[in-house]
Design a protein. Structure first.
Length: 204
């Protein structure tokens, strides 16, 4: 190993392949996202798209598993829902959900999990202090850009709203998402402390 390599590089080599543990974590977090839909949502606005715990578990998946595994976990959840399992909010399932105002949010979930995970891996490698703050920032960036961005698009396409009306219809979800992202960051920090190798594999 070259002396020019940093201590951080020696401690945090990249993952090169998924192990059986990775596959198990993907399955567990896919189940966690599905289980979060058992808590009844709160319908909001004229289109009645509910506030749910899904965004909490989707973002937490990214913060804990990193980009690739988070995308796989939330993607598995989404595919199972499309295949007919009643695991979307309100017990819905099937491809028909793509024709509802919720479509943008559903499509965004795997993408947001992946983006959050990619940012979280950088945070875990580069920071020690104030890690919860940086993880929260990563969660908010993904939430605003992807979940809310595609959510607005779903309102425009399937709800027939213009941009201004769709943007206003999406605003009521922000306070809840801020709270959920705070919780996700706190939980993620605790999990990374308890299981230091869960996201970034370290040399023993």
């Amino acid at each position: 190993m070259s002396s020019t390599e940093t201590a951080s590089t020696r401690r945090t080599p990249p993952r090169t392949r998924w192990t059986s543990t990775d596959i198990g974590l993907i399955a567990v977090f896919a189940g966690l996202v599905a289980a979060s839909t058992l808590v009844p949502g709160i319908p909001v606005g004229a289109l009645g798209v509910p506030i749910t715990l899904q965004t909490l578990t989707v973002i937490l998946t990214g913060l804990v598993l990193g980009g690739g595994r988070a995308f796989a976990a939330v993607g598995l959840y989404t595919l199972l829902g499309f295949a007919g399992l009643p695991i979307f909010s309100g017990g819905r399932s099937g491809l028909g959900i793509l024709a509802t105002p919720s479509a943008g949010y559903i499509i965004a979930f795997p993408l947001a999990a992946a983006a959050t995970g990619w940012l979280a891996a950088i945070v875990i490698r580069k920071t020690v202090k104030h890690r919860a703050v940086f993880l929260f920032a990563a969660a908010m960036i993904s939430t605003i850009v992807l979940i809310h961005g595609l959510g607005v698009l779903g309102f425009m396409v399937n709800g027939k709203f213009d941009f201004a009306k769709a943007f206003l219809a999406d605003l009521p979800y922000y306070p809840g998402d801020i709270i959920k992202n705070v919780l996700a960051a706190i939980i993620a920090v605790a999990l990374h402390k308890a299981f230091p190798d869960i996201l970034v594999r370290r040399v023993k």
